[in-house]
Design a protein around this ligand. Sequence first.
Ligand code: GAR
Length: 202
Amino acid sequence: MAKTKIAVLVSGGGTNLQALIDAQSRGEIPHGEIVLVISNKEGAYALTRAAEAGIPNLVITKAACGGDQEFFEEALLAQLAACEIDLIVLAGFMSILSKRFTDAYEKRILNVHPSLIPSFCGEGFYGLRVHRAALDYGVKVTGATVHFVNEIPDGGEIILQKAVEVEEGDTPEILQRRVMEQAEWQILPRAVELVSEKLSAN
Ligand code: GAR
């Protein structure tokens, strides 16, 4: 049976990409293979992680597409099609994709979000801002969610969630790290394998 061909889209440090690479090398994603990493930011450390793992990687920025979202998405789609990608994983990818894009890969795009959706999600909630909002609200439990991506930011069907305790004295940075370690890096590889298995059976 052919493995699901996976592209990971990144913008930053790429610790979630690293969690996927590590899970793959431990044999925990038997139905999928990461074949491409695309960053929309030049110099993102995620690109170094991809290169060190021997995964083809490239940069496509909106600026290089004349600042036009439609051209940017067309460039992404062309690259994904050229590599015959079956499944797209947004791992810290800080760009909201249009309905045109998400419809082209319906139920084939996953995102990891650092809160328990529907709390602290949607437009404007990304990275440390999510954890700052959780601390400002005073929640005692937060976590992470992996969901399918549709045209509504953080609005697609939920695949996996994991709760994480907020502790006395947490800063956004401390909480972010705990949510990554205890939730994101665990549920993202599991969700990728779950969806890869389904897609590879089709
Ligand atoms: C992660 O915490 C991810 O959940 C979050 O950005 C961080 C990226 O870290 N994504 C979002 O907030 C998307 N709304 P990484 O580059 O080290 O994986």
